[in-house]
Design a protein around this ligand. Sequence first.
Ligand code: KG4
Ligand code: ZN
Length: 346
Amino acid sequence: MSDLILGIESSCDDTSAAVIRDEYLLSNVMASQEVHRQYGGVVPELASRAHELNIVPCVSTALKNAGIKISEINAIAFTRGPGLLGSLLVGTSFAKGLSLATGKPLVDVNHLQGHILSHFIKQKGKENRSPEFPYLCLLVSGGHTQIVKVNSPLEFEILGHTIDDAVGEAFDKCSKMMGLGYPGGPVVDRLAKTGDPLKFKFAKPRIAGLDYSFSGIKTSLLYSMRDYVREDADFIEKNKEDICASFQKALIDILMEKLIKAVDMTGIKTVAIGGGVSANSGLRNRITDEGVKRGWITFVPEFKFTTDNAAMIAISGLYKYRAGMRCGLDAAPVSRAADMNRLSIL
Ligand code: KG4
Ligand code: ZN
């Protein structure tokens, strides 16, 4: 008997629906919201409205592309948190309505668990490598930066986390300060490719243990830009590639220093990255190179599974479904869910 799971993701500004049969992906449909670009960041109210418009077409296209009917599904998995409350409400309410209408069970999924388990999504005709447990995952997104010890698909230990901004926010703010638009990560990544990563230096945080901090480096960038621009109004335009390359390198250095420490402390040499910032080419190359140098087994997600997608929600839902975990119609969305284990047992 195979398990067919419909996954629904609506935590921020991407509406997505996916279908998996066991670990194999049958469809993954995404609707990104361009409307936020002009505002330089996600506008929560506009995000919820766009989810309302996108969710029905997304889910019906996902079912159609998978070649299955809703009656064949075993369970509906949806992102319950963390994220923007209005956005989460759309996916959660839609999932509940669908469950009520079809009698299919509901499985609530923590968005972060989804990013971490994205390495387990299998696709026909692909190599489909996935990490063995336990492994370490560097979870890097727009809202979170954590080093997580993954003991099983349902058991996570947060070894370190950011005490202020997430690394994705640092990328976005860098872009905003330089007037390069939103989302910042992909723009900084693109410009960094032709820049000199050693041209500028930024203040590095000194935080104990495995925790991170990114607010200081952001301020360091702001102050150095301000001083340079005072002397030359065109400074940013003339140096944008070098600024991006140097700032990106500084962020990756910070991420890697603690990750290396976590490997040394735990002795776990299976290391993965996940979340929106795992799309960054500099980070992808760096983890691969460090892995070769240090004898790690590394896992870098396929590009389409780095940013928010419902395939990762479906795979997480599959593991919870198999473990007998369900949620009721009273399951309310949760905007903050720092502790993944807490959401898993709801
Ligand atoms: O996981 P995600 O799509 O949403 C959250 O769960 O937060 O992550 C979004 C973050 C944004 O900060 C975005 O700038 C960043 O991921 N990002 C990148 C790249 N692509 C997306 N950061 C650096 N380099 C990229 N190529
Ligand atoms: Zn995400």
